[in-house]
Design a protein around this ligand. Structure first.
Ligand SMILES: NC(=O)c1ccc[n+]([C@@H]2O[C@H](COP(=O)([O-])OP(=O)(O)OC[C@H]3O[C@@H](n4cnc5c(N)ncnc54)[C@H](OP(=O)(O)O)[C@@H]3O)[C@@H](O)[C@H]2O)c1
Length: 337
């Protein structure tokens, strides 16, 4: 399992590096944001609910205080916490996504790490007000739009020499997309127009989730080709059963209890903790051995182990088609990239 505590800690007063973690107010995103904060990053937690994010920021600072109490005297002098901010974004509303990127660009002149972590899973079929299937928009379309709107800033960061770190080499910015092993539900003959709006939802919802998570892996692979100075990676965090991702199923009347028990048993046998679930993302964010020359477009699984995504996800023909499909769909909504 990747261990971020073995890595270098930044002093944000000297080396100010910025990260965004979408959905950083709960589950895997919470621990991703926490460890970046502990490593001295200025972290923007992008979420749709200010109260929930503000509460998470308070909790994060408390957890950070407990962790820093365990530092040795040497570590206390060498390790610095960063800062935590709220950035409003609702992935169910493309205007909100565009606004969030604009607000961020007005606040910061660089971006070193973008973690597209926010997501939903296995929801019943519904369309957003932008006319996309709910899982597709939350898990893929909105992260695509958010990322492409932030690309100029990431490119600028990639072109700026990092004199502080004692080198003229720029820091390679990183984009991490939290996909899922569930991307395997997108079978052969992958088609972005497939809605799988069939009964029963308990089965077809997984195909919709699979398409969204596969499309986002395609996106990372295409970005890696198009923007070779930015490290673009996708991850499967592991089975993390105590997050809010399963809330739709566990909150169903009566049968929800059964789902809860099932998920707990599954998690006990195969699962990892919320913090362990963040390690794949954190490896992609922080591991200095990863670089654009060798690792761009790669996929990492639980604990940060390099893995191979599905045949469909790694097929560059499909990836190119997904890219074109997305530009066309956004264009139909008068959004240009
Ligand atoms: N848990 C697992 O076993 C597992 C396995 C594979 C992949 N993943 C992936 O890991 C990521 C994190 O999931 P998690 O398990 O940590 O679940 P989680 O606790 O439910 O976290 C999801 C986060 O996404 C945010 N979010 C959802 N819809 C949003 C929207 N419309 N706008 C803005 N933010 C939104 C949520 O915000 P709110 O609090 O406002 O709802 C929450 O902060 C997801 O992409 C998921 O697909 C998880």
């Amino acid at each position: 399992m990747f261990d971020p505590t073995e890595l270098q800690y930044l002093n944000p007063n000297i080396d100010r590096r910025i990260a965004i973690v979408t959905g950083g107010n709960s589950g895997i995103g919470f621990y991703t944001a926490l460890h970046l904060y502990l490593h001295g990053y200025i972290v923007y937690i992008a979420g749709r609910n200010k109260t929930r994010v503000t509460k998470a920021i308070v909790e994060m600072k408390e957890v950070a205080n407990v962790k820093t109490l365990q530092y040795s005297p040497d570590q206390v002098t060498e390790r610095y916490n960063g800062e935590l901010f709220f950035l409003e974004i609702d992935l169910l509303d493309l205007n909100s996504v565009i606004r969030a990127a604009e607000i961020f660009k007005s606040l910061e002149s660089s971006l070193h790490i973008l973690v597209n972590n926010a997501g939903v899973m296995a929801l019943p079929f519904s369309l957003t007000k932008d006319g996309f299937e709910i899982q597709l928009q939350t898990n893929y379309i909105s992260p695509f739009l958010f990322t492409t709107r932030l690309l100029p800033l990431l490119e600028k960061t990639a072109a700026t020499p990092n004199k502080i770190a004692g080198s003229t080499e720029p820091i390679q910015p990183r984009i991490v997309y939290v996909s899922s092993i569930g991307h395997h539900f997108a079978f052969r003959y992958f088609n972005m127009n497939s809605h799988f709006q069939y009964y029963p939802n308990i089965m077809f919802t997984w195909f919709r989730y699979g398409i969204a998570k596969t499309a986002a892996i395609h996106f990372m692979k295409m970005l890696a080709l198009r923007n070779p100075k930015i490290l673009c990676l996708s991850v499967h965090p592991g089975f993390v059963m105590n997050t809010n991702l399963f809330a739709y199923w566990t909150r169903l009347p009566i049968i929800g209890i059964l789902f809860w028990c099932l998920f707990q048993i599954f998690g006990y046998i195969f699962g990892v903790s919320n913090e362990e679930g963040a390690m794949a993302s954190l490896k992609c964010c922080l591991d200095p051995s990863l670089n654009v020359e060798q690792d761009n477009g790669k996929y990492f699984a639980t604990g940060g182990v390099e893995a191979s995504p599905s045949r469909v996800a790694r097929n560059m023909d499909y990836a190119a088609r997904t890219w074109i499909w997305t530009l066309k769909e956004l264009g139909n909504r008068e959004i240009s990239i």
